[in-house]
Write a protein that binds this ligand. Structure first.
Ligand code: SF4
Length: 355
C-alpha cells in the first residue's frame, strides 16, 4: 500500500472530508444542461449508484444557477458549482446551498468580485477550489514563459490565486492544476505539493475518448498518486460520466489506494491455454461489475501459473484440458467442465460477496 501524503489540510465538502490522510474521494461532473433539473438529478443519482462521492455541475448561465437549489434538494451527494467569468452565479450557488465552489479567481474579475465570492463562501461555510487549467492560464503568465503553458506557469497561477484568497483571510481552499500534457501535469503537482498544504484535486484535463483517455489518466494520475499526492480525483473522459467513475476506481485499485469491487486478474492467454480465457474473463467482469465488496478473482488458462494465482485470489479459476478448477480462499472447491465454468465461477464470487 502506498503512503498517502497526510499533511494536507482537512476540508469539508458537505458530508465528505478530504485531505489530512482521508481516503482519496472520487468525483465526476454531470454532462447534462444544469438548467434541466430532472436530467441532471437523474445523472447524479446514477453517479451515486456507481460510487461517485462528489459531483460537480457547470453553471454557465442564470438558469443553471437558479436550478441548483432544486437539484441540491433532490440529491445526496455533495454538490460543487463550477463557475467562470460571472461572479454573480457563484453568489447564487452559495445561496442555493452548494457544498463547494470551483472558480478560477483569475477569470472572475476584479478584487471586489472575488471578495464578494469569498464573503459568500465564508457566510455559507463552503470551500473554494481554485481550478487552474492549461486551457485558461492567464496571458500574463504565458508571456512570462515565452507564450507557452508550463508546469511552472500553472504553479505560478495557483500561487497567485491562493494569495488573492489568503489576503481576504480565506483558507478553506482546494487546488487543482490540470494540463492536457501528462508530464506537465505530473510536474505541476510535484511542485505545488512541496509549496502548499491545501488538499489537491487530481486529474488530467480533457484526457480524450474512453480507451486513450483512460490510459492517459492512469499514467498521469498513477504517477501523482505514487508520490502520495492527491486528495480527490476526477477522470475526464469524452464519454458517459459513469465511465469516469469506473476508471477512477480502477486507477485507485491499481495503486492499492482503495479496495472497491471485483478486481479480475486474468492471464493474457498463450499457446499453452487449456481453456478460452478471453470470453470467460469478459463475461465474468460483465456479470460481477455491480458487486461493491472488494474481491480478487483470478482467471488463469493453464497449470503453469494458474493454480498458484487462483489459490492466492479470493476466488479463482484455473484451466486444465477441458476442465476448470474453482478455488475459494486457496482451496479447490469444485471441478467443472468447460461449459459450466463461467456459471460456477460467478456463483462462487456471488456467494462470497454475500458472506
Ligand atoms: Fe499461458 Fe498458462 Fe500463462 Fe495463461 S497461465 S498466459 S495460458 S502459460
Amino acid at each position: 500500500m502506498l503512503t498517502k501524503r497526510s499533511n494536507t489540510k482537512k476540508i469539508k465538502i458537505g458530508t465528505i472530508e478530504i485531505g489530512g490522510g482521508n481516503p482519496i474521494a472520487v468525483q465526476s461532473m454531470t454532462k447534462t444542461d444544469t438548467s434541466d433539473i430532472d436530467a441532471t438529478v437523474k445523472q447524479i443519482h446514477a453517479l451515486e449508484k456507481e460510487g461517485c462521492q462528489i459531483v460537480r455541475c457547470a453553471v454557465p448561465d442564470k438558469e443553471s444557477a437558479e436550478a441548483l437549489k432544486e437539484i441540491k434538494k433532490q440529491i445526496n451527494l455533495p454538490l460543487v458549482a463550477d463557475i467562470h467569468f460571472n461572479h454573480t452565479y457563484a453568489l447564487m450557488a452559495a445561496e442555493a446551498g452548494v457544498d463547494k465552489l470551483r472558480i478560477n479567481p483569475g477569470n472572475i474579475g476584479d478584487k471586489d468580485k472575488v471578495r464578494a465570492v469569498v464573503d459568500a463562501a465564508k457566510a455559507h461555510k463552503i470551500p473554494i477550489r481554485i481550478g487552474v487549467n492549461s486551457g485558461s492560464l492567464e496571458k500574463k503568465i504565458r508571456r512570462r514563459y515565452h507564450g507557452h503553458v508550463t508546469a511552472e506557469g500553472l504553479v505560478k497561477s495557483a500561487l497567485n490565486n491562493i494569495k488573492m484568497l489568503e489576503e481576504l483571510d480565506f483558507t478553506d481552499i482546494v487546488l487543482s492544476l490540470k494540463a492536457t500534457s501528462v508530464p506537465m501535469t505530473i510536474k505541476a503537482y510535484e511542485m505545488i505539493a512541496k509549496k502548499v498544504d491545501y488538499p489537491l484535486h487530481v486529474g488530467i484535463t480533457e484526457a480524450g475518448i474512453t480507451k486513450v483517455g483512460s490510459i492517459r489518466s492512469a499514467a498521469g494520475i498513477g504517477a501523482i498518486f505514487a508520490q502520495g499526492i492527491g486528495d480527490t480525483v476526477r477522470v475526464s473522459l469524452t464519454d458517459d460520466p459513469l465511465e469516469e467513475v469506473r476508471i477512477a476506481y480502477e486507477i485507485l485499485k491499481s495503486m492499492e489506494l482503495t479496495y472497491h469491487g471485483v478486481t479480475i486478474i486474468s492471464c493474457p492467454t498463450c499457446g499453452r491455454a487449456d481453456i478460452d480465457i478471453i470470453p470467460i474473463a469478459h463475461e465474468v467482469a460483465r456479470r460481477t461489475k455491480r458487486i461493491k465488496q472488494p474481491l480478487t478473482v483470478a482467471i488463469m488458462g493453464c497449470e503453469v501459473n494458474g493454480p498458484g494465482e487462483a489459490a492466492d485470489a479470493d476466488v479463482g479459476l484455473a484451466g486444465g484440458r477441458g476442465i476448470g478448477l474453482i478455488f475459494r480462499e486457496g482451496q479447490v472447491v469444485r471441478k467443472v467442465p468447460e461449459n459450466e465454468m463461467i456459471e460456477a465461477l460467478v456463483d462462487e464470487i456471488e456467494s462470497m460477496a454475500i458472506n
